[in-house]
Design a protein around this ligand. Structure first.
Ligand code: BG6
Length: 516
């Protein structure tokens, strides 16, 4: 790349700038918009919410940004009988509802959308799908490359993966052309046993490199940046340990309630919904050691080590390590909202937790004795996702005689939402003759100096899946390690006699129940 050095008049402020075409090319490269091999994306569960709200809008957006392979085809499959035209109309309506329809580009995108009705329990239906996909390969030159996206109820993951396999849709040609990839949304199992069983049944037909287990948190720019921040800068790593860090707070609070998802949420609760996946990933990225290479398997290896080092919760005094809560009525943004138990589809005596705060320890050299507080809940005061590193206080309080209060310790916050930023809090002197300190912050916002396009989490996930890159996906081993850690807690919380005593009710719009 042809770099020019420009001096902006400040003797210390020399900025490196690239030529405009270079910038455009590198932005495109950074976005990952290099074209992957032609392929067909098969969405199983195409009449569902996820397809209309996320998948087709994401694919359309990628199409508008020239981010889809050429050629590509999209085949929606669902139980409902529908023609291609009806499916296209339905998707066009869904895009209109979220204001991303582009009337000029829609017809050419819609040409690549097809629909097949399918019976998720019968092999014949999958054999017909197989014949149909072969036909598409011939007509559209999609070269036998296929992504099967399971946008289905989790109970269908196992039968559908197996029938895809039995219909031969799992086979790959040896030369790297003609690949077959399976994309699965969470939840991956309900506990350790079911996660292992599910994996075994999928792996009867699909190899690990063919399976893409999604966690949309991993695809968030700011979440990925935790690794860049830690490992591409020399100044933080030496202090990233028990000598300097007092504790770590990982927060994912939401203002949303359970909405129309009671059927799923009543079975899941906050631990399965947020902790087993997103919170564990945030923890791993914050606590892991430096991988030898930035490669999916090497990064996963380091994450697994963190999960393996999680100190098991003492089930006999669980209340000292975990607080569970459920939202009662209250106000969000000034508007009254009902209690969880009054939400449609939720039982009036439900004991499902919608809030959890956990104190977790990692049993290794770096983190011995440092508590990690993980908090997530619905209907809380604000939607915030962040990792806050709280450093220790200064070892020698030399200002203690002149100050009437202690000196606040440094805090580094990696903001994921709503502020995508990095903030460092430190102490400075207030102007004046007396020694008075004040906390100030040094802020970096991700949008500073960047005006290019930003891909959303699903766009990144789909691009990586088309490229066959596993960096943003869960490996089975990690899933099992996390379940090993959480399953005893879930068992204790869900089966113990004092289950209702463990659940603290909190007002919607508050910050949840008591602290631990
Ligand atoms: C999903 C959970 O995985 O993540 C939802 O199922 C939750 O319950 C959502 O609301 C939070 O994601 P985000 O990106 O809005 O923080």
């Amino acid at each position: 790349m042809n770099h020019r050095l420009k001096n902006h008049g400040n003797a210390r402020g020399v900025t490196v700038e690239a030529d405009a075409p270079d910038l455009e090319m590198s932005a495109r490269k950074c976005l990952g918009l290099q074209h992957s091999a032609p392929c067909t994306i098969v969405i199983l569960g195409a009449t569902g919410d996820l397809t209309a709200r996320k998948l087709v809008p994401t694919l359309f957006n990628l199409y508008l940004n020239d981010g889809l392979p050429n050629p590509f085809q999209i085949v929606g499959c669902g139980r409902t009988k529908m023609s291609d035209r009806q499916f296209r109309d339905r998707m066009k309506k869904a895009l209109g509802a979220i204001n991303i329809i582009n009337h000029a580009k829609w017809p050419s995108f819609a040409d690549a959308l097809q629909y097949r009705s399918i019976d998720y329990e019968h092999l014949t239906s999958f054999l017909k799908l197989s014949a149909f996909l072969k036909d598409i390969d011939q007509k559209h030159n999609t070269r036998g490359n296929r992504i099967f996206y399971l946008a289905l109820l989790p109970t269908l993951y196992k039968p559908v993966a197996q029938l895809l396999g039995q219909a031969g849709l799992n086979t790959e040609r040896e030369n790297g052309h003609g690949w077959s990839r399976l994309v699965i949304e969470k939840p991956f199992g309900r506990n350790l046993k079911t996660a292992v069983e599910l994996n075994q049944s999928i792996q009867e037909y699909f190899k690990e490199h063919q399976i893409f287990r999604i966690d949309h948190y991993l695809a968030k720019e700011t979440v990925q940046n935790i690794l860049m921040f830690r490992f591409a800068n020399a100044i933080f790593e030496p202090i990233w340990n028990r000598r300097y860090i007092d504790h770590v707070n990982i927060l994912a609070s939401e203002t949303l309630g359970v909405e129309h998802r009671a059927g799923y949420y009543e079975q899941a609760g906050v631990i399965r919904d947020m902790f087993q996946n997103h919170m564990m990933q945030l923890l791993a990225l914050t606590a892991m050691e430096t991988p030898p290479q930035f490669e999916p398997d090497r990064v996963s290896d380091e994450k697994v080590k963190v999960f393996r080092s999680l100190k098991p919760f003492p089930v006999e005094n669980l209340h000292e390590h975990i607080i569970l809560g459920q939202y009662g009525p209250g106000k969000i943004n000034g508007k009254p909202v009902p209690a969880y138990r009054a939400e449609p589809g939720v039982s009036s005596d439900s004991l499902t937790p919608t809030f959890a705060k956990m104190k977790i320890y990692i049993d290794n050299w770096r983190w011995q004795g440092v508590p990690f507080f993980l908090t997530s809940g619905k209907r809380l005061a604000q939607k915030i996702t962040e990792v806050a590193i709280q450093f220790k206080e200064v070892p020698h309080a030399m200002f203690r005689h002149t100050l009437d209060k202690g000196i606040a310790a440094n805090r580094l916050t990696l903001g994921v939402y709503p502020d995508e930023k990095v903030t460092l809090t430190f102490q400075t002197k207030n102007p004046g003759a007396r020694v008075c300190l004040r906390s100030v912050t040094m802020d970096f916002s991700y949008h500073q100096n960047y005006s290019g396009p930003i891909l959303n989490a699903y766009e990144k996930v789909l691009i990586d899946c088309m490229l066959g890159d596993h960096m943003l996906f869960w490996r089975q081993e990690s899933i099992e390690q996390c379940w090993s850690f959480l399953t005893p807690i879930l068992n204790e919380c869900e089966t113990c006699g004092n289950r209702s005593e463990m659940l603290h009710f909190y007002e919607s719009g508050s910050w949840g129940p008591l602290n631990i």
